[in-house]
Design a protein around this ligand. Structure first.
Ligand SMILES: *Cc1c(COP(=O)(O)O)cnc(C)c1O
Length: 324
């Protein structure tokens, strides 16, 4: 098999043009209390304040806007546990094409409702027994639609990379960059931007402790596949890195770290109490690793952290952060 062509920083720059005035340029949040707690200078890229409540809008819109006329008429199929679905649904509506989203039966209701609200059709499947990519691929063939995967796609990776591009442009180059990690689209795009704009930055991906496939993939030098991990980080319940994201992550990170569900809850509480922000469990993966001490040599450093999303039902949020 020939090696896939990997996206570059030039693709991130092109995506930034496409997203100009379409995606929000989200703020970079600072907190003295949080800095004191972490022992470093934290610059938090607030992608929970992005359109659809997560960075995923960047990649989805970038990918859909590259469709040709025939693809636009056929429309888009996506499979997602939530944020990619909402992102594709909104991007499809804005560009003016039909969208079908394949979602697990146990996807958070807020995410399903939001996807329907953006005008997409939702097809359900069982994430513990059925093969999601296969379900989506069959639909694409049946209906003549184009599949846009959630992370292993050059335009998606390029679009996600615009978040860290903005972070470095707005806050200056960090010494350390910490990024949530599922299938690696966000981390890969972040690596492309950091290499170009902050070449000295040490980069860490953080995945749920219950699903440490990426860490094992780097150890073993191949893409390790796992069962769907059971974790509150529903945006990172991925089972493996992709053909594109694996080599970029392998060559771009210092290490892949993990955070437990308990650490995620702790970081959500800290975000709510210091900065008054609602961030979803997956969204605080990076911050949780900073606060737990998992990220090496942070003291006194400038640390960029991506807060990747904020889509969590308020009842679930309250149940997670309350009662302690
Ligand atoms: C999808 C998602 C991630 C993981 O992104 P990948 O590109 O799959 O690594 C992290 N956080 C949130 C909020 C997400 O929706």
């Amino acid at each position: 098999m020939s090696a896939p062509t990997l996206p570059t920083y030039a693709d991130v720059e092109a995506a930034a043009q496409v997203l100009d005035r379409v995606a929000h340029r989200t703020p970079v949040l600072r907190s003295r209390r949080l800095d004191a707690l972490a022992g470093c200078e934290l610059h938090l890229k607030a992608e929970h304040l992005q359109r659809v409540g997560a960075f995923k809008f960047r990649g989805a819109y970038t990918a859909l806007s590259a469709f040709d006329g025939e693809q636009r008429r056929g429309g888009v199929v996506a499979f997602s546990s939530g944020n990619h679905a909402q992102a594709v649904a909104l991007a499809a509506r804005e560009i003016g094409m039909p969208a079908v989203i394949v979602m697990p039966h146990d996807a958070p209701e807020q995410k399903v409702a939001a996807t329907l609200g953006y005008g997409a059709e939702v097809v359900r499947y069982d994430r513990y027994t059925e093969d999601r990519p296969a379900v989506a691929a069959a639909l694409a063939t049946e209906r003549g639609m184009t599949l846009v995967p959630p992370f292993d796609h050059p335009k998606v990776i390029a679009g996600q990379g615009t978040a860290v591009k903005e972070l470095v442009e707005d806050a200056g180059p960090p010494d350390v960059l910490v990024v949530p990690l599922g299938g690696g689209g966000l981390l890969s795009g972040s690596i492309l931007s950091a290499r170009a704009l902050a070449p000295d930055a040490r980069i860490y991906g953080v995945e749920p402790a219950a699903g440490d496939d990426a860490r094992r993939s780097l150890q073993e030098g191949r893409i390790v596949q796992i069962q769907t991990p059971r974790t509150i980080a529903d945006g990172a319940q991925t089972t493996s890195l992709g053909e594109l994201t694996f080599p970029i992550v392998r060559d771009g990170v210092e290490a892949v770290l993990t955070a437990t569900d308990e650490e995620l809850v702790g970081a959500m509480r800290v975000m709510a109490s210091t900065l008054k922000q609602v961030v979803e469990p997956t969204g605080v993966l990076g911050l949780a690793a900073v606060l737990s001490g998992a990220v090496p040599e942070l003291t006194g450093r400038r640390v960029g952290v991506v807060l990747s999303g904020g889509n969590v039902d308020l009842d679930r949020f309250a149940a997670l952060v309350g009662g302690q």
